[in-house]
Design a binder for this molecule. Structure first.
Ligand code: TRP
Ligand code: ZN
Length: 873
């Protein structure tokens, strides 16, 4: 009889204890076979604890074959589901463990598994324990030697971390390769890949003159989609030298693209493994956004070599130490190479539409969590994106020069170590002499702060008094909130749109105000005109504003703010204010009206030849339903969707001429290069097509059929989808015909099919799970089809609960097969506390169904439990 698995146990940050043993070297040997791979691990260990003690190794889904201590068979041990406990050990010894594992059966894609015909690994966060028994924690750093043995014909390439130090042929058609990584690393950075690939080789000469071999491995036949990834890698290496003075350390850098991967990519030392989505692209198969995504992710993984690998995390609660910092670095990379304003806008959209929702949901946590059941659940928008905002605030408070001095101190102090978030902030503090003691609270407090603003103008004294107060609403896991150190970047605009100089008591002051108390007042003097306050230039802090503007003030900001982000944000406020009153009107059964001031604002933008095209595209792109929902305490799914549709359709009709003309002008100038000005032009065309679809659908069809670029094709398909035009089906059929043999390209099609609001979306999605290009085993396919359906709000939240039931059916399947993917997919079902009671009770029913599963994974257990708790409170 199967043993009932015990209730999952939470781990707490405060319980950290240094390891009792260190591991100095590891020699791994893999004899690769799909169903039974033999792993021999020889390690040298040293006891660190003062007293003799057991060695407790992590291990899951392993078959233990033999165990030796100092070459002798050792029998003082015990094996459980998740541990190997070894007793009667000397202080220093060599441990040899042989295990068997089954990569072919591993559909969770953690540890050693098969992607297509190749073997590959994913060890972060706790996957190495599925390869061998080990101290699988980031503060145990060892140097690795890895010997790989496999069939030579099937697996001509055998790869691991570091430098190749030996290779040879064996009898029975096998061969072997040995790799040595000179840099001590934690187990989560280990990687192995074996297979047959096409290889793109290149090189990079570092600032100190070392020549680095660059190798990019892809599935056979994909070489024509590798150029951009390689160019991005070289750009990353150069940028990190120039902006951060950080140079690559090994002599070789390898990237392997695989089709089966749970996340975006993984920064394994010297051997990155990538989801093929973030490598493969050419103009026919990928959009400009795909190209930009590849550049960002290639950069991100490369930048981890210093922020993550050379300096790593002491424990997984410190994940944001490497992730927040590395996201900040990849954002800066993208902004230095492309449009800073557009990048900032996109990042803020992501934060507002999804990270703020995480803060308000059942899984709320600080960027440095205090309590974790399943670590895979904490690779979140909070740790990554809010974590990057926290680093950005440090950068704003310190300035580039002091920030870089802090980075230098951080690297000098901690190279080769596993450290904490506090260590990072201390380095910044020591290098800048800025007191960051209060700032550290950003690491321990969850939730989105709200700023309140009160101001008055005294014309006779030419004084403007500004009072800002802060409060952070309670989150699911943390009720008590304290004031934070918040950089608030402001501008004061005179009524003619000019910026007013900022001075206090006759002294010029910085535009960055530092809010450190519950409430503070600043009195600016020499203010000659009643000012309009521009708050949070460049989104200087991840907060919400409780501040209402008149339409006139917003127009002044949209037209005149010095900061481009602030202009866009002014427009957001204008549109959001309309949405809020429109939703109220719909709820009262009133009809909607698009006011002339809004139409006039858009008209003026469309007719302004001087405005930046990338910015205009963003200004024309109306917030998603998720973003709009953030402004409500009770979310009325149907009213928000209807208000948004009305707004877009209303603008499309009122400015039909302008949208068509602009779209045609963009089409005429389409240069088909990846230059940022051309990308901007195409994004503007895409934004226009969304409106044009309502009045001149034949232009949408033309945009699809007349262009060879995927960017234009997809823009047309998306516009056709949203406006549900008659031409849609011909376009979608054509696309399916052309790409049905290419799952990666079909993902875009699946995503649009699942988002399509006409007809019965649920039945369409169910049918598409039988499509020959679909596979429930491939995480990209699942996210494209099922994930997109869960964001098709009207159908997912159907009043009969059918959407909830369907997602839950899928989660039941994925729960055993791939818990990590299941756990990411459940988000739209649990971030629902603001919905109506009827929907909430249907959701509770589905969550209870999951909770009752006999073999519920830790991943889903944590989310379902928290979800139920918040919904039932
Ligand atoms: N460290 C990776 C990154 O941020 C994230 C990652 C890749 C990951 N694969 C994973 C995290 C699997 C958890 C599980 O680039
Ligand atoms: Zn990362």
């Amino acid at each position: 009889m199967a043993e009932l698995s015990a209730q999952p146990i939470a781990k707490y940050r405060s319980d950290y204890q240094a390891p009792s043993y260190s591991i100095e070297t590891v020699a791994l040997e893999f004899d690769l076979e799909p169903n039974s791979t033999r792993v021999t691990a020889k390690s040298t260990l040293l006891r660190k604890a003062a007293q003799a003690c057991d060695l407790v190794l992590d291990g899951e889904k392993l078959e233990l074959i033999s165990l030796k201590v100092n070459q002798n068979v050792h029998s003082a041990y015990q094996v459980t589901e998740s541990q190997l406990v070894i007793s009667e050990l000397p202080e220093r010894f060599e441990l040899e463990i042989v295990t068997h594992i089954n990569p072919a059966e591993n559909k969770a894609f953690e540890g050693l598994y098969q992607s297509g015909d190749a073997f590959c690994t994913q060890c972060e966060a706790e996957g190495f324990r599925r390869i061998t028994y080990y101290l699988d924690r980031p503060d145990v750093l060892a140097t690795y030697t890895t010997k790989i043995i496999a069939d030579k014909a099937q697996y001509p390439y055998l790869l691991s971390n570091g430098n190749k130090v030996g290779q040879g042929d064996l009898a029975n058609g096998k061969h072997w390769v040995t790799w040595q990584d000179p840099f001590p690393k934690p187990s989560y950075l280990f990687a192995l890949v074996a297979g047959d690939f096409d290889l793109l080789s290149d090189s990079f000469v570092t600032q100190s003159g070392r020549k680095i071999a660059l190798e990019l491995f892809v599935d056979k036949g994909n070489l024509d989609r590798t150029e951009h990834a390689m160019a991005s890698l070289k750009a990353s290496m150069e940028w990190d030298e120039q902006r951060f003075n950080l140079e690559y350390d090994l002599d070789i850098y390898m990237i392997v693209a695989v089709d089966f991967f749970n996340m975006g990519a993984m920064e394994n030392k010297g051997l990155n493994v990538f989801n093929s989505k973030y490598v493969l692209a050419n103009k026919q198969s990928a959009t400009d956004n795909d190209f930009l995504g590849i550049e960002a992710v290639i950069g991100h993984e490369y930048f981890h070599n210093w922020t993550g690998n050379r300096i790593t995390c002491r424990d997984w609660f410190q994940l944001s130490l490497k992730e927040g910092l590395t996201v900040f670095r990849d954002q800066e990379f993208s902004s230095d190479l492309g449009s800073r304003a557009v990048n900032r806008i996109k990042n803020v959209r992501l934060l507002r539409s999804h990270q703020f929702a995480e803060d308000g949901g059942p899984m709320a946590h600080p960027i440095r969590p205090d309590k974790v059941i399943e670590m895979n659940n904490f690779y979140t928008l909070t740790v990554y994106e809010k974590g990057a905002e926290v680093i950005r605030m440090l950068h704003t408070l310190l300035g580039e020069k002091a920030f870089q001095a802090g980075m230098q101190t951080y690297v000098d102090r901690h190279d080769g170590q596993a450290v904490t978030c506090d260590d990072f902030v201390n380095a910044m503090q020591d290098a800048s002499a800025k007191d960051l003691s209060l700032f550290k609270r950003w690491y321990s407090q969850s939730g989105t702060p709200i700023l309140n603003v009160d101001s008055s103008y005294d014309a006779s004294n030419k004084q403007y008094s500004l009072t800002i107060s802060q409060h952070t609403p309670a989150t699911a896991e943390q009720t008590e909130k304290l004031p934070l150190h918040i950089p608030v970047s402001i501008e004061l605009l005179a009524s003619n749109g000019n910026a007013l100089p900022l001075q206090i008591k006759g002294q010029a002051v910085s535009e960055v105000l530092e809010l450190v108390e519950d409430q503070q007042t600043w009195v600016f003097d020499g203010i000659s005109d009643i000012p309009t306050l521009v708050m949070l230039q460049e989104f200087s802090a991840p907060v919400k504003l409780d501040l209402s503007y008149s339409t006139e003030q917003l127009l002044l900001i949209i037209n005149h703010a010095s900061n481009t982000f602030a202009r866009w944000d002014g427009m957001q406020k204008l549109v959001t204010a309309w949405m809020v009153q429109a939703v109220a009107a719909l709820q009262q059964g009133k009809s909607l009206l698009l006011d002339e001031a809004i139409v006039a604002t858009f008209r003026q933008l469309l007719e302004d030849p001087s405005i930046d095209k990338g910015l205009l595209a963003e200004l024309l792109t109306i917030s998603s339903e998720n973003e709009i929902a953030d402004s409500f305490t009770h979310v009325d799914i149907d009213a928000i969707a209807s208000a948004r549709d009305f707004f877009i359709k209303g603008l499309a009709e009122a400015l039909a001429e302008q949208f068509c003309q602009l779209e045609q002008r963009c089409a005429m100038h389409d240069q088909r290069t990846l230059a940022h000005s051309d990308i901007a032009l195409r994004s503007l065309r895409a934004a226009c097509l969304q409106y044009v679809a309502y009045t001149k659908p034949e232009l949408v069809s033309a945009a699809y059929f007349d262009s060879a670029l995927m960017t234009n094709k997809l823009a047309a398909m998306s516009a056709a989808n949203n406006a549900a035009i008659a031409q849609r089906s011909a376009m979608f059929k054509d696309y399916e015909q052309q790409w049905q043999h290419d799952g990666l390209v079909m993902d875009k099609w699946f995503a649009l099919e699942a988002s399509y609001g006409e007809g019965n979306s649920l039945e369409r999605v169910k049918a598409l799970t039988e499509h020959p290009s679909f596979s429930m085993e491939n995480p990209n396919r699942v996210r494209s089809l099922i994930g997109s359906f869960a964001n098709n709000t009207r159908h997912f939240h159907a009043k009969d609960g059918s959407g909830y039931q369907y997602l839950t059916d899928i989660l039941c399947i994925l729960n055993t097969q791939n818990p990590q993917v299941a756990s990411r997919l459940i988000t739209p079902l649990i971030q629902t506390v603001k919905l109506d009671e009827k929907r909430k009770s249907m959701i509770i029913k589905q969550l209870e169904r999951l909770a009752a599963l006999e073999d519920l994974s830790k991943d889903l257990f944590e989310k379902v439990t928290n979800g139920l708790q918040q919904l039932q409170a």
